[in-house]
Write a protein that binds this ligand. Sequence first.
Ligand SMILES: *[C@@H]1O[C@H](CO)[C@@H](O)[C@H](O)[C@H]1NC(C)=O
Ligand SMILES: *[C@@H]1O[C@H](CO)[C@@H](O)[C@H](O)[C@H]1NC(C)=O
Length: 206
Amino acid sequence: MSSSNSFKALSLLMMIAFAIVQTTMAGDPDILTDFIAPIGVPINGSFFTFTGMRALIDKDPPPTFHALKASKAEFPALDGQSVSYAALQFPPKSVNPPHTHPRSAELLFVVQGSLQVGFVDTTDRLFTQTLQTADMFIFPKGLVHFQFNADAKNPALAISAFASASAGLVSLPITLFNTSIDDNVLALSFKTDVATIQTLKKGFRP
Ligand SMILES: *[C@@H]1O[C@H](CO)[C@@H](O)[C@H](O)[C@H]1NC(C)=O
Ligand SMILES: *[C@@H]1O[C@H](CO)[C@@H](O)[C@H](O)[C@H]1NC(C)=O
């Protein structure tokens, strides 16, 4: 083999190895420090403490579905640590509409009540389950999923863990019907007319 050919083979091998490493990295990129703190500001234990979840016990339950997040945005000490939480509060008959988290799987733990959950994989297969208190369910990374409290009387509460400090949220109803995607594009995509699309869009405008 000529040296130029062996160089090409080596380059190809390195590209494949790099692609494998990329696809097997489960969390956020590694950081080269113990933690990431604001520069020039003295920190102590309070920097590593998040008290925002006290709202779960101190306040009245919300009238509609509500996600209380502890991600990098609310809790800066999570930056670089590849973890975050969300507390999901479901009044009776409320839904967390179909959505995805582009940067993480979601491990949901039902703390109170029961939930109907489901996700759709990339072959359009739907997986659903009815969860009881103390059950856990895993929503694979990036797949469209939902949760529904079908109980007409009792609320439900779930805690979700993410393998990213910033899992991200793409809510399908909002992404599709509360942004400026052209009505004609949506009408063609949903095999309907512009008037139907406009009716759907109206539901999101305050
Ligand atoms: C910790 O730091 C915060 C913010 O800089 C400050 O308000 C607080 O008093 C500090 N606590 C202690 C015990 O030093
Ligand atoms: C829809 O978009 C408008 C304008 O950006 C915003 O004020 C409103 O809160 C959004 N509605 C929802 C349900 O996100």
